[in-house]
Write a protein that binds this ligand. Structure first.
Ligand code: MG
Length: 318
């Protein structure tokens, strides 16, 4: 009797109507790590980003220019950026205010991101300001960045539901998306912050943006796997024409303000599905899985990626 071993890659079967190629926006070093209990020093975050780039990641969110006393996990983000000047990957960073933007630019940032919430309660809880005030602050950051030739991504949180306010109307998001694009943002990432979306809901939200003449190429999906729906939601996004997807190696992260929210969609899980569908993404699944297991060891916790666990099981059996 021989032990069964896992397959290293899925069988490739293309489906008509899906994009040939997508961009994966790797959020592990920022959105992932900022919600982890263990804070990694800048040097380890630099190593993580180098490993991700070596595995083919072309867009890697590298840090956040926030107060270190508020988010100690992101302390030294300037050092992280400065140490990666030679890297041939896009390294956007989060800049919630003008001071953060100035610090990011001084550290060499060429791409930044700002956050807004579709709901009032989450804006107050997470951004520390009512929606109107948060919008004014974000507008100032986006405008100054764009004036300086810096590319900006706008994030919207709580697009698919809010733990305090319940259901969220798509118009709450499309209004923010329209405004951010008007200020000069290049793309909008739609965040399922608590992971409650289902595929039909994804279609409804993407359609609502299309109805407002927002090009689908400008939209990204940021799904959380709280209810195990993240990949189904990505497939719905692919069907709707979305070509940018956020994910975090080893499924790191979550949301400290959304009690039930577990981690981001794991990059390993996303790659398995995209590889199976024959959709190009430029990353190497096995190298990403190795990076995820390295990162899990640094954090002293198990990966949440089902694919990573299955691949590791297959390796052990060999
Ligand atoms: Mg996230």
């Amino acid at each position: 009797m021989t032990d069964a071993i896992g397959l290293g890659l899925p069988e490739r079967q293309r489906r008509d109507g899906l994009p040939e190629r997508v961009t994966i926006w790797e959020v592990g070093p920022r959105d992932g790590l900022q919600a982890e209990r263990t804070a990694l020093p800048a040097s380890q975050r630099v190593e993580l980003i180098r490993r991700l780039a070596a595995a083919g990641a072309s867009v890697i969110e590298a840090g956040s220019f926030v107060r270190a006393d508020r988010v100690p996990q992101m302390a030294g983000s300037g050092d992280v950026l400065a140490a990666l000047g030679d890297l041939d990957a896009r390294l956007p960073v989060l800049t919630p205010n003008l001071r953060g933007l100035d610090d990011a630019l001084a550290a060499g940032a060429r791409e930044v991101a700002v956050f807004l919430s579709a709901t009032e309660r989450f804006s107050e809880a997470n951004l520390g300001a009512p929606k109107a005030a948060a919008e004014a602050a974000a507008a100032a950051v986006v405008r100054r960045a764009v004036e300086g030739g810096v590319r900006v991504r706008g994030y919207v949180s709580m697009v698919f539901g809010d733990p305090w306010e319940g259901p969220v109307e798509p118009s709450a998001t499309t209004e923010l998306a329209e405004r951010m694009l008007e200020w000069g943002a290049s793309e909008i990432s739609l965040g399922d912050t608590i992971g409650v979306a289902t595929p039909g809901h994804v279609h409804r939200v993407v359609d609502a943006h299309r109805d407002r003449a927002i090009p689908v190429e400008r939209l990204a999906l940021h799904m959380h796997d709280t209810y195990g729906q993240a990949l189904a939601n990505v497939l719905a996004g692919l069907e709707a024409g979305v070509r940018i997807f956020d994910s975090a190696v080893a499924g790191t992260g979550g949301c400290p303000f959304a009690r039930s929210a577990t981690g981001n969609l794991a990059t390993e899980d996303l790659l398995w599905m995209l590889d199976g569908l024959g959709i190009e993404h430029g990353m190497d699944l096995s190298a990403i899985a190795d990076t995820g297991s390295w990162l899990s060891a640094q954090l002293g916790r198990a990966t949440t990626s089902r694919v990573a666990r299955a691949l590791a099981g297959g390796k052990e059996a060999r």
